[in-house]
Structure formats: C-alpha cells, structure tokens
Design a protein around this ligand. Structure first.
Ligand SMILES: Nc1nc2c(ncn2[C@@H]2O[C@@H]3COP(=O)(O)O[C@H]4[C@@H](O)[C@H](n5cnc6c(=O)[nH]c(N)nc65)O[C@@H]4COP(=O)(O)O[C@H]3[C@H]2O)c(=O)[nH]1
Length: 824
C-alpha cells in the first residue's frame, strides 16, 4: 500500500489536524518569513489546501498545477509531486502513503535554523498522521456499524462464506463468525504472517496489493486451506479494496468460500474431457434429432471421417447397408424405451470398407424427462472377429490338414440328414482309412505321416463336389459326406474314383515315393441309418469289412449292395469296350395293323452281347451308358445301323412302313442331336419319312423346353415322333398339344393288366381316346394275348406290337417275315 494517497482520516480528524497544523504553519511562516501551506493530495479530486499561513497569490496556480498532474497520472498512482515554490516537503503516513506536502512560498533564504524548523514541523505533522491513522483503525468497525438497523456483524455473520476486512497495514480489523469458526480464533488485530506464517502471508499480500492497485474486485483462487493437512481444500476469495466516501483507501475486504466441491467437479469434468478426447473407443454425440454434435478422435480414426465432416451430419453416414431397416427400428425403439441399446453393428468407413463394431447407445435426458442427446460409444471389433473366426476355425478344423474335424463333421452330417429328409433325397457317408498307416508312422516317423495325411486330404478335396464334406476325424481316418447322391451305384462310382486317388504314389519332400492303399466303408441315408450316429457307425462297420476282405477295397454297409455295385461297376467298365469290340447288335420287332394284319412299322432294339458278361439287357446298360456318358455314341451307332438296315430292305423292295429308333433323354440334351440324326440319314441315304424316333414320356415332361425345339426341327425333316411308355408320366392334354407328335405308344404295364385289371383297361381306353382327339396315331406295346388284342381293337387302338405277333427278331429273320406278305 505505497502508491495510492487516500485519506484514512475522516472529516472530524481532518478538522482537528487543520487546527493543529495551522498553528504550526503560522509559526514556521513567521520564523522563515514566508508563506506556508499544507496541501492534501486526493487522487479522485483536486488537491486541496488544508491550511495556509500568510498570503500568497500564487497558491491557486500551484493547486491547479498539482491537480493537472494528479489527473494525468494513471490508475491513481500518485506522482512525486514537486510544486513550483522554492521549497516543499512531502508528508507521509507511517505506512508510506503520501498524505500531501508542506509548502513554503517566497522563501528569502534557507538557513540551517529554518531547515531544522521545517524538519521539526514535518516530523510533528507525520506524527499526527500516525496517531490519526491508529485511531481510525481502531474505530473502523464501529464506523461501519454506524446508523445501521441490521448491524454489520449480523450482516456478515449471516454468510457461511468467510468474510474479513484488513486495514492498509494488513491487519485484520473485522471477521465474521464463519472465519472465527474455521480458523478457530478471532483474527482481529492479527496479520497474515501471524496467522499463516510468512510464506502464505506473502501470497495473500500480493493478491491484496493487486486488488488495491487495480482498485477493483478480483477473484483469487487460493491455495489449499492451510488447516487442511491433506491440502485438498480449495478456497476462492473475492477481494475488493474499501474506500470511504472521499475515496480514501480503508483496507481490503475479502469473502472466502470453500470451492473444493466445485474443484472436484471441475476436475471430474476435465477428466471426462480428457477421457473423451483420448478414449480408444469412438464416441459420437447427437442431439435429439440425431444430428451429430460432437465426435472424438477415436471416432475419426475408426471411421475415417474428420470431425468437421461428421459434425451436423446424421450417423447414417456410417450405414453399411448390411442391416434391414427393421434392425435400426428395433434399436431406436429399445433406446427410447429403456434409454440404452447394446449390440453389434456392421458399419462402413469413409473409404467404403465394412467393419463390425460393438456399440452402446445411451439417451441423455433433460429436466423435462425428454431425451436431449444420444451418446454412442463403439469399438471396432474387426480384429476380435478375426480372432474369433480363427478360434472357431481351430475348434472345428483339424490343425494339420485344415479339414473339418469330427465336431464339424457331426454338425454337417446333421444338417445334410435334415436336408435329405426334407427333399426326399439320398446321401452317402464314406469312411476312409489308410491301410497300414501306423506302419508308416512307426517306420518313417510322424513327419512323413503328416505329409501323407496332408497330401491325401488335398487329393480327397479335389475329387469331390463343393457341396460335399471331407473331414479328418482323427489319425488316418477321413469321412466324406456326399449329399444328393443318386443311389448305391453313384456312391460306388465315387468310392471307385476315390480308390484311384491312392493309386498314385505320394511324393514325399525327400522326393521318395510312397505307395498307399485305402479301405472305405459306405453307408447310405436313409436305408442304412436315419440318424448321424447310425450312419457313422455303419460306414465304420462297412470299412472294417472292406479291411477284412483284404484292404484296398470298399464295402457297403450291406453285403448285397456291395455285390450289386461291384457288378454295376464291372458292367460300366465292360461297356467301354462294347462298341470297339463290336459287341452291339440290333433286333427288330414288327408293329402290326390289327385289322389288316400288315406290318406297319418296325422297332429297332439294341442288344449287347458282352464278351466278358454275356447277354446284358438294354434296360440295364442303357442307363449305365447314360451315367458314364456313352449313350450318345451308342445312340448314334443304333441310328446309323437302323438306317442302313432300313435302306437295305427298301432296296429289296420290302414294305415295313417305318423303322422306330429309341432315343435316350441325354442324347437330346447333348445339343447336337438334330445334326447327328441328319448325319445318319445323309450317310445312309435312308428316307427321313421312313424314320420314327421314340422318346420316353418322362424325359419330355422333365425337359419340355429342350425337347420341343429339337423335335420341331426333326419333324420338319419329315421324321415321325412317337412318345414311348405313354401313361406313366402323367402328361396333361394341354402339354401334349404343344408337342410335335405323331404317335402315342401305350406303355406295356397297362397292356399287361388287360383284360383283368379294370384300371388298366380304363387307362388304356383314356389314352386311346386322348390320342385320337389329338389326331395322333395310338399304338400298344407288349401285347401278349388275343384278349388284349381284342380289347385294343374294340377300343379303337388298331396298331400293336408284342410277343403275340412277334418277338424282336434278328435282321435276317425280320427280312424273312417281311417277305411273308400277311401275318396269320
Ligand atoms: N414283356 C414283354 N416285353 C415285350 C413284348 N414285346 C416287346 N417287348 C419288350 O419291350 C421293350 C420295348 O421297348 P421299350 O419300351 O422302348 O424299352 C426299351 C428301351 O427303353 C430301351 N432300349 C432298347 N433299345 C434301345 C436303343 O437302341 N436305344 C435306347 N435309347 N433305348 C433302347 O430298353 C428297353 C428294353 O428293351 P428290350 O429289353 O429290348 O425290351 C423291349 C422289347 O423286347 C411283350 O409282348 N412282352
């Protein structure tokens, strides 16, 4: 409190001093023979003359000069005033604040005596100022209380905050009860040094001085409460300088409150802000309309959107399109109902890549109970998902070969059984065991064993369809699940082809070759077991039988199936040599007009006399040829042969109407059937109008599109089209109308039931009338007796073939028959 010159003195005190100092001034004026004045400096008003002796006309000018200087000085900092008169001495309060000047004007000379008297006078005056100040300090509380109905003490004691007043000397002159309670003493008369020690006092004083210098209220956050040993208490003090009506500084008043709680909140807020900013989890905050109002750094690094790009957008910018709208509807509904939603979402980053995240969305409610904000906290769980997938893969796969393990095989088999039962289809389970694998392991070591297993795994995988399962269920045991298998033969075919996988030696990394064999067991669903355990058990049992039978073999669960499939396989392999070995031939069965008894047509039927197997029925080998892809070749041979033979007979002048040749469905599906037929006709020179092609009804129904177009082309060539085995395929009238047909051939299963079976009779009659209504020729096959012929004739079917008239004949015999004019 050094610079500012404000009076500590009230009016009565000033009057007293004026009286006293006037006498002093008079005495000095007389002794020094000059004019003496005491000027009081006040910062917020003009300097004033407190007392004056003698007369000096310059006094007004001097006062004006002082006033200008004071006004020019900033912030109430009093300038070191040096009035113009010859001699002036400054007057100070004991605390160093300047009170004013003792001025001597028109001084003739300054001798030692005058100077001593001046010193004495200044000393006396400053002594008076000190006394007055002391008195003023003592009187201050009473002064503050004066004329107040509510006493100041009442007033300040009613605050819980600590209120105190210090004088310009830094002594407490007033304190409310709260101060006394907290500090456990009455601080009045004491200084901060006495109360808190010099260090803390210095801090307080610095703040006090600053308040005084700025001459306005300040808020100072002060260090921890000195009485708090843990230093956890924080104080906030409003400090303000106190001035009297004249603007003289009286001291400093302070109001201190405990802001520890606020500090704690503030710290928590700071902490939360730091957590928000530095969290590894992405955070986004939207307003109640769903507009993004804040995101954190992690949000930006996860999504790729900068803060500026995200703000004021809708979180839909992250929409991946992977979820249905209902998913988001359910999410919002749950959040609005419960205030929170937790779950996993697939989102899309700015660069378009998808990523999974776990999210917690929470609503933040306002005082009115309405959701004001929504906070979403999320983590990118791509890594976690990958780990989970890896773990799941490990849980369900064999680590050595990467194939599904036993657990996975069980699940897949259950699924396939369910599918097969739903679709009414069959499936096969094949159990494979490497023969003498233990020997390999023991003699060559486990590493070689592992190499063998890996090689086998990849061979097995490469041999089956994608929808099939190859599993390794332990050691050298593999299990194959083959859904949608078409019977035991198909399973046997696959088993056979799997056997060939063992034939090629395994080339080890040491470049050695290792020859292996395997044994397999096959169980079929549903015939060998309708559940997983039964199928596996039975396939396993079958595999043991294969081992017992000498290994390097496969076996079905039932012995009969094994034999049958082996026979089939044998037939299939023999079939490959049927054409090259010239083992095929044709026989011819005539077709008759029942009224005229004349031959109106001949059906060509293929025969196979296998060198290895003997006579094999076309009912067996034609389907086998279809399976192994030989039917086109055989069909072409039959067609050529029939055309050649027909031309031969025509050349001989024999009349036989047409030659009918059977066509297997796959021939039509091959795509170049029409060309094949054209080639056969062109090569042989046989007239197309004398050729009839027979297709089964079941094939035409299953493949209507493929059939109709090609049949139309054949018709255009003049070839007759007949539908074989009619009545077994449930063709509708409307479908039949679309087909370019000439003839319906009633299936022999209906003819065989005539005359005894009423249904057969009715069906035959219905077919006959249907054929006639469509203007088609109707012929019956498999007529074996007169009753059947009689019935057909009466029912309007006038064409027939069958053992009653003739069995299929060799070309020679047929020729003889054709030469005999009429059948009797
Ligand atoms: N029980 C009985 N059977 C009679 C009678 N009359 C004729 N059959 C037999 O009935 C079958 C008629 O041929 P499919 O219905 O076309 O049935 C044929 C046909 O679907 C197929 N097939 C025969 N040859 C060929 C051919 O060259 N190509 C094609 N794709 N299939 C052929 O093989 C099936 C069987 O032929 P096959 O054994 O020759 O048997 C012939 C024939 O010998 C009879 O009165 N009673």
């Amino acid at each position: 409190m050094t610079e500012l010159n404000r009076s500590w003195l009230d009016e009565s005190c000033v009057t007293e001093l004026t009286i006293e100092w006037c006498a002093c001034a008079d005495m000095l004026a007389r002794f020094a023979m000059t004019t003496v004045a005491v000027i009081q400096i006040e910062s917020d008003s003009s300097p004033s003359v407190l007392c004056q002796s003698g007369k000096d006309s310059d006094i007004d000018a001097i006062l004006a000069q002082l006033s200008d200087e004071l006004t020019a000085s900033l912030n109430y900092t009093a300038p070191k005033l040096r009035p113009k008169p010859l001699h002036a001495r400054e007057l100070y309060y004991p605390n160093g604040v300047q009170f004013g000047f003792l001025c001597l004007y028109g001084l003739v000379g300054l001798n030692e005596d005058v100077l001593r008297l001046i010193d004495n006078t200044v000393g006396r005056m400053e002594n008076d100022l000190a006394k007055a100040m002391k008195q003023a300090r003592t009187d201050l509380p009473e002064k503050l209380n004066a004329d107040s109905q509510i006493s100041l003490n009442h007033f300040i004691n009613s605050f819980e905050d600590q209120i105190w007043v210090k004088d310009t000397q830094g002594h407490y002159v007033a304190a409310n009860q709260s101060v006394k309670d907290l500090w456990q003493r009455d601080p009045v008369g004491m200084s901060d040094t006495e109360l808190f020690g010099p260090e803390r006092a210095a801090l307080f004083e610095t703040a006090d001085n600053q308040v005084i210098r700025l001459c306005r209220q300040m808020v100072v956050e002060e260090c921890a409460d000195p009485y708090d040993p843990d230093q956890k208490t924080w104080l906030e003090t409003f400090k303000s300088p106190i001035f009297n009506e004249q603007g003289t500084l009286l001291g400093v008043i302070g109001m201190t409150r405990n802001i520890t709680q606020r500090k704690v909140f503030q710290e928590q807020l700071n902490l939360a802000a730091t957590v928000f900013a530095n969290s590894a989890e992405g955070v986004l905050i939207t307003d109640h309309r769903g507009t993004i109002i804040e995101v954190n750094e992690a949000f930006c690094s996860i999504t790729g959107f900068s803060r500026e790009e995200a703000l004021s957008k809708n979180p839909r910018i992250l929409n991946s399109g992977c979820h249905q709208p209902e998913f988001y509807q359910r999410m919002w509904q749950e959040m609005l109902e419960t205030g929170q939603w937790k779950g996993e979402i697939w989102n899309r980053r700015k660069d378009g890549t998808l990523y999974p995240q776990t999210s917690t969305h929470s609503a933040v409610y306002g005082d009115d109970g309405r959701a004001r904000y929504f906070v979403g906290i999320f983590s990118d769980i791509s890594q976690q998902k990958q780990t989970e997938e890896r773990l799941e893969h490990m849980a369900y796969h064999d680590p050595l070969t990467g194939l599904p393990n036993r657990a996975q095989m069980h699940t897949r088999l259950d699924d396939e059984i369910y599918r097969a039962s739903r679709d009414n289809s069959e499936l096969a389970v094949i159990f494979i065991d490497v023969d003498h694998f233990k020997l390999i392991n023991d003699s060559r070591g486990h590493l070689v064993g592992d190499e063998v297993l890996c090689e086998l795994a990849s061979r097995l995988k490469s041999r089956v369809r994608k929808s099939d399962t190859v599993a390794r269920i332990g050691g050298d045991e593999f299990v194959l699940i083959l859904p949608n298998i078409n019977g035991a033969h198909a399973a046997a075919n696959i088993a056979n082809s799997l056997m060939t996988l063992f034939q090629k030696p395994v080339v080890l990394s040491s470049e050695e070759n290792l020859n292996l064999t395997g044994s397999m067991g096959i169980a079929l669903y549903p015939q060998d077991g309708d559940n997983r355990d039964k199928l596996i058990r039975n396939a396993d049992a079958a595999m043991y039988r294969a081992k017992q039978q000498g290994r390097n073999n496969y076996a079905f669960y039932t012995h009969a199936l094994t034999e049958q499939s082996k026979a089939h396989l044998k037939m299939q392999s023999a079939l490959h040599s049927a054409l090259p070995n010239d083992e095929l031939s044709l026989v011819y069965q005539p077709q008759f007009d029942l009224l005229s008894r004349k031959i109106v047509g001949i059906e060509a039927l293929v025969r196979w006399h296998s060198n290895e197997l003997g006579e094999v029925s076309p009912a067996d080998f034609i389907p086998a040829a279809e399976r192994i892809g030989l039917v086109d070749e055989i069909g072409f041979w039959v067609l050529n042969q029939a055309c050649k033979q027909g031309l031969e007979w025509l050349k001989q002048g024999l009349e036989f109407g047409r030659i009918a040749v059977n066509v297997a469905g796959p021939q039509l599906l091959s795509g170049n059937f029409v060309d094949t037929v054209r080639k056969a006709i062109d090569h042989s020179g046989y007239p197309a109008s004398a050729l009839e092609l027979e297709l089964t009804e079941s094939f035409m129904i299953q493949n209507p599109e493929e059939s109709i177009e090609q049949l139309c082309q054949l018709r255009q060539m003049g070839i007759q089209i007949s539908i074989d085995d009619f009545g077994t395929g449930y063709s509708s009238l409307s479908y039949l109308k679309k087909l370019p047909l000439n003839t319906l051939k009633i299936d022999q299963s209906f003819i065989s039931g005539i005359p005894a079976d009423q249904d057969s009779r009715a069906i035959a009659q219905a077919i006959i009338s249907m054929g006639h209504s469509l203007s088609l020729t109707v012929i019956a096959e498999g007529v074996e007796n007169h009753e059947q012929a009689e019935f057909l004739q009466q029912s309007g079917c006038l064409l027939a073939q069958g053992f009653l008239f003739s069995k299929p004949l060799s070309a020679d015999k047929m020729e003889m028959l054709l030469s005999a004019p009429v059948f009797s």
